[in-house]
Design a protein around this ligand. Structure first.
Ligand code: NAD
Length: 476
């Protein structure tokens, strides 16, 4: 690949600016040097997608489906090398990297099927001798803006449906994970995607905010709440369709009747795997007082067996956080938690790996209350706090007492309590005896309150965002 970073109209272009992509497990490992799109190049990418839009929208659904399938096949065939790239630039363990690449392929295969399955409706008119047809049309040009924490899966679950339903795309990946994004562009090209249908612009967020939120028909964004709000202001003012998936402060509720090993695994997996850098991570572990002490002891014991280190080393459970800023942010919150009066039971210090990287010892607070900043603000790292509650009712109230509403979990053996929780938790995802993170690809994904804005992503529901309906009346 020649000078990756700026892919417009089917060609890799040079730019006066570039960035080095650093491996967070080993800051001496430069994953690559990537061109940074200029403001003009970002505008050109929109122009390129616009020029390709009519042609792509009129391509047969079979052709679109075939291209998506071929891209998925290549991903599966190369899953180990693609995963290694993801792991090097995003600090994931090998298992997490392979899992993410396979997930991206599954998503593209799913939308390869949807491309030939979606359709409209024929509905009887309320008037005589008139037929009514509701059809779905492509929107045109979609801007896709993604974060670094799932650099290929999130890209796939936005670009897949955008292409399947006949839209062209300008894809702005996170500047921290440009390598796999550029690979994706090449995979789609080799799969037969016409030039201009997918354009990739590695670049900073500010320039993207100036250029990629106008003259497009929709914007699909995943990232932080702050960025989401900025994007909302511009897109809503410009009357552009927008979908925002943002942060979380996800609760895991552990009740007295929970199966203890299950609850501990849910907590460890949900709070610390992926170095806690998942929007669905459990950062508030709300525990009923009857099981509290046993649960904390067992969780502490389980955490003592976690191995933190260079993500690609065998036996490592938890890799680094993504960069120095994120490490400083996590450590800052650990200080905030201490000052607020929570007890740091374990972890929280920077660890020296065998290579220089951003390793943080997973931190567990106990004795916290929900109003503390560590329980209200998204930390996005391996930091969690146990909050003791009297019973389920108090636990549910605490779980809902947050600006966010992405995922929420409960550990209990009572079907009726689990059902009550599913019906009353104010979140987009509800998990029973499962970690708050970990999803299927064929069902809708998204949250409530500050976590999400706009229609759901993924599964059959994606068609609602990526198409617009037309209602035709025909007299006969
Ligand atoms: P971020 O908001 O800093 O960046 C996300 C993307 O937005 C990047 O590509 C960035 O360059 C771009 N961006 C930044 N400023 C912009 C602007 N003004 N205009 C347009 N684009 C701009 O987020 P991050 O640090 O990359 O990711 C972590 C965040 O993502 C966390 O808050 C996490 O919860 C969230 N996240 C949410 C989900 C979800 O589905 N709800 C999934 C993964 C991550």
């Amino acid at each position: 690949m020649r000078n990756p970073g700026v892919f417009i109209g089917g060609e890799w272009l040079d730019s006066p600016n570039s960035i080095e992509n650093i491996n967070p497990s080993d800051t001496q490992d430069i994953v690559g040097t990537f061109q940074l799109a200029t403001e003009q190049q970002m505008r050109d990418a929109v122009g390129s997608a616009r020029a390709a839009a009519a042609g792509w929208a009129s391509t047969t659904t079979q052709a679109r489906s075939d291209i998506l399938s071929r891209a998925a096949q290549e991903m599966l065939a190369r899953k180990d090398s693609l995963a290694e790239l993801v792991c090097r630039e995003a600090g994931k363990t090998r298992a997490e990297g392979v899992g993410e690449v396979v997930r991206a392929a599954q998503v593209l295969n799913f939308f390869a099927g949807e491309a030939v399955r979606y359709g409209g409706e024929n509905i009887p008119s309320v008037r005589p001798n008139i037929s009514v047809q509701v059809s779905r049309e492509a929107l045109g040009v979609v801007t896709v803006i993604t974060p670094w924490n799932f650099p290929i899966a999130i890209a796939a679950w936005k670009i897949g449906p955008a292409l399947a339903f006949g839209n062209t795309v300008v894809f702005k990946p996170s500047e921290y994970t440009p390598a796999i994004a550029c690979e994706l562009a090449n995979i789609f090209s080799r799969s037969g995607l016409p030039a201009g249908v997918l354009n990739v612009v590695v670049g900073d967020g500010v320039t993207a905010g100036e250029t990629l939120l106008e003259n497009v028909d929709a914007v699909s964004f995943t990232g932080s709440v702050g960025t989401g709000h900025k994007i909302a202001q511009k897109t809503v003012a410009g009357m552009i369709r927008v979908q925002l998936e943002m942060g979380g402060k996800n609760p895991l509720l552990v009740l007295n009747d929970a199966d203890l090993p299950t609850a501990v695994e849910c907590a460890v997996n949900g709070a610390f795997f992926g170095a806690g850098q998942r929007c669905t991570a459990s950062s508030r572990i709300i525990v009923a007082e009857g099981i509290h002490d046993r649960f904390v002891d067992a969780l502490n014991e389980r955490m003592s067996k976690l191995t933190v280190g260079p993500a690609l080393n065998s036996g490592v459970d938890i890799g680094p956080v993504i960069n120095q800023t994120q490490l400083d942010k996590c450590r800052g919150y650990i200080e905030v938690g201490r000052r607020e009066g929570a007890e740091l039971l374990r972890g929280g210090g920077q660890l020296q790996g065998e290579t220089p990287g951003y390793f943080l010892d997973p931190a567990l607070f106990v004795g916290g209350v929900n109003s503390m900043r560590i329980n209200q603000e998204e930390i996005f790292g391996p930091v969690a706090c146990v909050i003791k509650v009297a019973d389920y009712e108090e636990g549910l109230n605490v779980a809902n007492d947050t600006p966010f509403g992405l995922s929420a979990g409960i550990c209990t053996q009572s079907i009726s309590v689990a059902n009550h929780f599913r019906n009353n938790i104010k979140s987009g995802l509800a998990m029973v005896n499962l970690p708050t993170a970990g999803l299927d690809y064929h069902v809708p994904f998204g949250g409530r309150k500050a976590s999400s804005y706009g229609p759901r992503e993924q599964g059959r529901y994606a068609v609602d965002f990526y198409t617009i309906t037309k209602t035709s009346y025909v007299s006969y």
